[in-house]
Design a protein around this ligand. Structure first.
Ligand code: IPE
Ligand code: IPE
Ligand code: MG
Length: 238
């Protein structure tokens, strides 16, 4: 009998290392971000083939506003350009795009781009692609709590989970960070409570389908105990 390998239904990725990828080639950092979009396109195509139902990527953090103005405006331009080019292809491939993050301080141009892309892909079911843009885990938890408090609903783990910006997805099974940094950088603080963590030394523009498969293989070897003992997992009656 073939060995049953478990596949994560929801993967989250901190796409880190674009700047270093460009600097090593004596190119401006923004060239690394452009290359990073190509990597994302490949990984998005690879997910449904592997049985992955949801992909959540960290594209711009609440703290990334503190970068040089030129890099921030370059990132906004790349987002706007990627949306106008890629939405028809996502549509063809059945990918539902959702943006996760604060929208208030985005420009009207960017905000309209996000809204149009979400509306155009709203009925797609092949893969849900959550793009965390202007996102921070602390922002997410604080705004969910504020919304509950405003309605007077009691704050419980369940109500808070339901008020978070990723309430439409189960928690990520696997969280990958590229770029050889071992930290969360304010990504999915609540939802990653029991995600398997996987760190890749590859810079995001160098990450590819083969690297994804290595991460999936490693995930398949992990034992997710959720607080139980190993014995309980092999014999539920134990
Ligand atoms: C990640 O790559 C993309 C964003 C944060 C927007 P970086 O730009 O952080 O690349 P490094 O970490 O400087 O190499
Ligand atoms: C995290 O990467 C944010 C994104 C990938 C969008 P950073 O490069 O901003 O994280 P730090 O600053 O190294 O922690
Ligand atoms: Mg970085």
């Amino acid at each position: 009998m073939a060995e049953q390998v478990s596949v994560p239904r929801h993967i989250a990725i901190v796409m880190d290392g674009n700047g270093r990828w460009a600097s090593r080639r004596f190119m401006p950092r923004i060239a690394g971000h452009k290359q990073g979009v190509d990597t994302l396109k490949r990984i998005v195509r690879a997910c449904p083939e592997r049985g992955i139902e949801a992909l959540t990527v960290f594209a711009f953090s609440s703290e990334n506003w503190n970068r040089p103005a030129e890099e921030v405006s370059g990132l906004m331009d790349i987002l706007a350009m990627a949306l106008s080019r890629e939405v028809p292809k996502l549509q063809r491939d059945g990918v539902r795009l959702r943006f996760v993050g604060a929208r208030e301080n985005l420009s009207v141009r960017v905000r309209r781009g996000l809204e149009e892309a979400e509306a155009a892909t709203a009925s797609n079911t092949e893969l849900t692609l959550n793009v965390c843009f202007n996102y921070g885990g602390r922002w997410d938890i604080a705004s969910a709590a504020a919304r509950l408090a405003a309605t007077g609903e009691p704050i419980t783990e369940q109500s808070l989970s339901g008020a978070l910006s990723l309430a439409h997805c189960a928690d990520p099974d696997l969280l990958i960070r590229t770029g050889n940094e071992m930290r969360l950088s304010n990504f999915l603080l609540w939802q990653a409570a029991y995600s398997e963590l996987y760190f890749s030394e590859l810079l995001w523009p160098d990450f590819d389908e083969a690297a994804l498969d290595v991460a999936l293989l490693e995930y398949g070897r992990r034992e997710r105990r959720f607080g139980k003992t190993s014995d309980q997992l092999s014999d539920p009656a134990a």
